[in-house]
Write a protein that binds this ligand. Structure first.
Ligand code: DLL
Length: 432
């Protein structure tokens, strides 16, 4: 049930003392080794000795993605490149990639947290782990890979793509754990069905799905079609990659691996810390990273801290599942809309498929939102009247939740593009 019970269930007082010691070391190190941080701390009149406890935390400056970009590629590294044994990069939609580096010890920590995460979904040395996260500069593939090896499981480094072949491999190799994005898991299920292979033909038992937001309903679909326990894994390249936080089998939020990462929630507008339970932007400080330690990194992901202890016995604090990103949030006629809210509605309505696309346009200064939704084969061949009824139902429910009117277009099954990695849910055509 636990990979490292001593760390995962550490008494809170002990954990806090460990975090404070590691935080002090990290601040001391970045002050000495990273000119960017030395300047940022000096500008605030801070020296390394001013940060003694977690209460001093709020004094520290934030770090943003722009800071990483401005110091592209290695400017924020705290070790010489001779100590760096791996690089990864996150692509982002515009401009240069964000480059992240790892020392040998960083890779060791990464494998440790990933081993803990995989253990949550049932992995042991007897598991056959089918890893369909992309291998390469993306952290998903290799992050899972090293964690799986640390557990002692057998890893199938299948990466993304060639979906039919993936289904055959899962069947013939006897995969017991599946790791990929949740949208790809659904696509795998769809292709399986087309190939006449059922979940009973496979040996899947558990899976870790993440790298993009997904809803509770999507979890039900994945579990139903693949016959496994689907858990949510959160990560971000700048911090380490996958393995910043993971759901335990209680499925009541994701535990942050707090002996390595400190989490806070802030109001994205004011930068003020928010109390547990309130949604805001997740900010993470690394306290053991060597190559790229980051102070108060603004992830832009929206979530809340769950204050109560978890029934599983782990003492590490939990966050709610990620609701979206501050930069994914669409502002439509003044209303804040997260794609995940639309997804929730679609999953509640029967006869729709879990594939959708949100298109935003601006006509005569007015934002218009159109939602394309795939419907099931049976419904699509139904009478026009029934289709219209379904469209109105979806429109009505989205209106109830968001308070704005949207257009809904039902599309034929299997016409929206499937993704092997992170799904693209929004096309914003507004020229802002
Ligand atoms: O996506 C790392 C990862 C790989 C996580 C495999 C989980 C599994 P990046 O490419 O840097 O890293 O993208 C990070 O993806 O800021 C979130 O917006 C989003 N994200 C990651 N995990 C989740 C999740 C990897 N479980 C960005 N739920 C983050 C929602 C997620 N969003």
């Amino acid at each position: 049930m636990y990979w490292n019970e001593k760390c995962e269930c550490m008494p809170c007082e002990e954990l806090r003392a460990l975090q404070e010691e590691r935080l002090r070391k990290t601040v001391g190190r970045v002050y000495c080794e990273v000119p960017f941080y030395r300047r940022a701390l000096q500008e605030r009149g801070l020296g390394p000795h001013d940060i003694q406890s977690l209460d001093d935390f709020k004094k520290l400056p934030f770090t943003t993605k722009e800071d990483l970009r401005d110091n592209y590629p290695y400017g924020l590294f705290a070790v010489p490149l001779s100590e760096v044994v791996r690089l990864h990069a996150s692509s982002g939609t515009t401009g240069k990639p964000t480059v992240v580096g790892y020392t040998r010890r960083d890779l060791d920590v990464w494998a440790e947290v990933m081993a803990r995460a995989l253990t949550c979904c049932g992995a042991t040395k007897h598991s056959m782990i089918h890893n369909a996260y992309g291998y390469g500069l993306f952290t998903g593939g290799l992050g899972i890979h090293y964690g799986a090896e640390r557990v002692g499981a057998s890893v199938i480094p299948v990466s993304g793509g060639h979906t039919k072949r993936q289904v055959l491999i899962m069947k013939d190799f006897g995969s017991t754990i599946l790791t990929c994005t949740p949208s790809y898991a659904l696509y795998l299920a769809e292709v399986m069905e087309e190939m006449g292979i059922s979940k009973g033909d496979l040996k899947l038992k558990g899976g870790l799905f993440g790298a993009e937001p997904w809803s509770e309903n999507m979890r039900h679909q994945i579990e139903k079609h693949l016959g496994l326990i689907a858990l949510d894994i959160y990560g971000i390249s700048e911090i380490i990659g996958p393995g910043v936080a993971v759901e335990c089998p209680a499925k009541q939020g994701l535990h942050i691996f707090e002996d390595h990462f400190l989490a806070e929630i802030i109001d994205p507008e004011t930068g003020e810390q928010l109390p547990p339970g309130e949604y805001g932007e997740l900010v993470i400080t690394t306290i053991t990273k060597e190559a790229l330690p980051l102070l108060r990194y603004r992830t832009r992901d929206i979530t809340a801290i769950i204050p109560d202890p978890c029934p599983c016995g782990r003492t590490h604090v939990r966050i709610e599942r990620i609701k979206g990103r501050t930069d994914d949030m669409l502002v439509i006629r003044g209303v804040n809309v997260f794609p995940s809210q639309i997804e929730e509605v679609l999953f509640r309505i029967s006869h729709t498929e879990p594939h959708y696309l949100i298109i935003v346009e601006r006509r005569e200064q007015l934002d218009e939102l159109e939602v394309w939704v795939e419907v099931s084969e049976a419904v699509f061949s139904d009478e026009v009247r029934k289709l219209e009824h379904l469209e109105h139902q979806i429109q009505g429910e989205i209106n109830d939740i968001l308070g704005i009117s949207v257009r809904v277009k039902l599309v034929e099954p299997k016409t929206l593009e499937r993704s092997e990695g992170k799904a693209k849910r929004v096309i914003d055509r507004r020229q802002l």
